[in-house]
Design a protein around this ligand. Structure first.
Ligand SMILES: [Zn+2]
Length: 425
């Protein structure tokens, strides 16, 4: 009898196995934060499909008890997300400026010139490589979204429309291409097959080549309560310690690291081939590792307590929005970023609390936010509606947006950010 019962339980767990860690394959049992069910954050809804069903998937971040990588299970293949992508990097002024500053720094620091090759993974619409090509330096972009790759080619940037991994790296090397500088900005978090992606980097590097990787920093996510940066397309959430561990497993040595303000706080890792790189490891590497250890990022328990803070943030934002309505004040949004969709769906915010939002990206205008069906309008709609409060959804760009919205002060509008806690600016 006991044997039969146990057999039954074993069979059930074989049918519905726990998801495995995308880095080390250990079963994922432990919750980091569970944001419930949410639609894909870039699946904007056109007016004619407002009556259709929308798929919702769990937004349940877990932490691997073995390697400590915080991650989401893969519910939707990247082919379904990134092959027609609504995000054109060039629509953000500050992002283009960030890319220009990066190119100036990297060209100078690593002696990149007309005889070098710069490769960028997830090159989007050429927002970064345009600054490389301008200097007469050969460049290749790798970008799986055909619609944004077209925009890059129009800027004269050679672009391979594929996902990056070991196989593509091998083909590029077979074609005589080795990267003196390999840039992978804001992509490593978005790849479901992390080992295949990182595994393609070392082979593609020239012996003395440098890879730079920018990735949102889990430390900032936790300390600044940035739970809205958790969305289905963002599979992995790296501390410096876990990122370094993943790179080391694929033959790459991190020799320097910068902490950047982008995306609410990112890391820029500088790595080289462990076998042939000759750059000394700088002091910032061990200093940051030590800081993370002091904050508990080297232990499971060090990641606890985040869920409760996320709930509190939801309640405070709802209290603010409900009070606005009770006081007869109007609230509109600014921006239609992926992070806004996590926030609005998790908080259950609909048009009764947020009438509409606006976005500069014409691709999004006229469509509706996934799940919440809040309409996305042209920024001019703000001047027509004259709301009392403007909720800035891409809070990471708040300084740029507050400057853009200076005209709204004419009718007394105030800007509001929802994260880390709701705050009227
Ligand atoms: Zn793991």
């Amino acid at each position: 009898m006991h044997t039969e019962l146990r057999d039954h339980i074993d069979a059930r767990s074989a049918e519905a196995p726990l998801p495995g860690c995308r880095f080390c394959a250990a079963p994922l049992r432990r919750t980091f934060v569970d944001l419930g069910m949410s639609p894909l954050c870039e699946s904007y809804v056109p007016a004619e499909r407002l009556g259709d069903m929308e798929p919702f998937y769990p937004l349940h971040a877990r932490i691997c008890e073995s390697c400590l990588l915080v991650q989401l299970e893969e519910f939707v293949a990247p082919e379904d997300i990134f092959t027609e992508y609504a995000y054109f990097s060039s629509y953000s002024d500050s992002w283009v400026a960030h890319a220009r500053a990066y190119v100036e720094m990297a060209v100078e620091r690593f002696g990149i010139g007309p005889d070098s090759l710069v490769v960028e993974v997830a090159s989007n619409d050429g927002y970064l490589l345009q600054h490389v090509v301008e200097r007469g330096i050969p460049a290749v972009g790798i970008e799986p979204a055909a619609n944004v790759a077209v925009a890059a080619r129009e800027k004269g940037i050679e672009t391979v429309v594929e996902f990056f991994g070991r196989e593509l790296a091998a083909r590029l090397v077979a074609g005589g291409r080795r990267a003196d500088l390999l840039a992978a900005n804001n992509v490593m978090a978005h790849v479901p097959d992390l080992n295949d992606f990182v595994g393609g980097m070392e082979p593609l590097l020239a012996p003395q080549g440098v890879v730079t990787i920018e990735v949102p920093h889990l430390l900032r996510l936790v300390e600044d309560n940035q739970f809205d940066t958790i969305y289905h397309e963002h599979f992995s959430y790296f501390s410096f310690l876990t990122a370094r561990k993943v790179l080391a497993a694929h033959g790459l040595e991190v020799f320097d690291v910068d902490e950047l303000a982008t995306h609410g706080g990112s890391l820029r890792l500088y790595a080289q081939r462990r076998s042939s790189g000759r750059r000394p490891v700088g002091p910032k590497v061990e200093a940051l590792a030590e800081r993370e250890r002091a904050l508990g990022f080297d232990t499971l328990e060090g990641h606890d307590g985040f869920s409760a803070r996320v709930e509190e943030t939801k309640w405070r934002l709802l209290e603010f929005l409900i009070q606005c309505r009770r006081d007869g004040r109007r609230v509109a949004g600014y921006g239609a970023p992926g992070k806004g969709n996590t926030l609005l769906n998790y908080c259950g915010i609909r048009t009764d609390l947020l009438e509409f939002t606006v976005d500069r990206n014409p691709y999004k205008q006229g469509q509706f936010l996934p799940g919440t069906h809040i309409p996305i309008r042209h920024p001019e709609a703000l001047e027509q509606a004259r709301p009392d409060f403007i909720l800035i959804l891409p809070w990471n760009l708040k300084d740029e947006i507050v400057a853009q919205l200076s005209y709204a002060r004419e009718w007394g509008a105030r800007c509001v950010v929802p994260i880390p806690e709701v705050e009227v600016l």
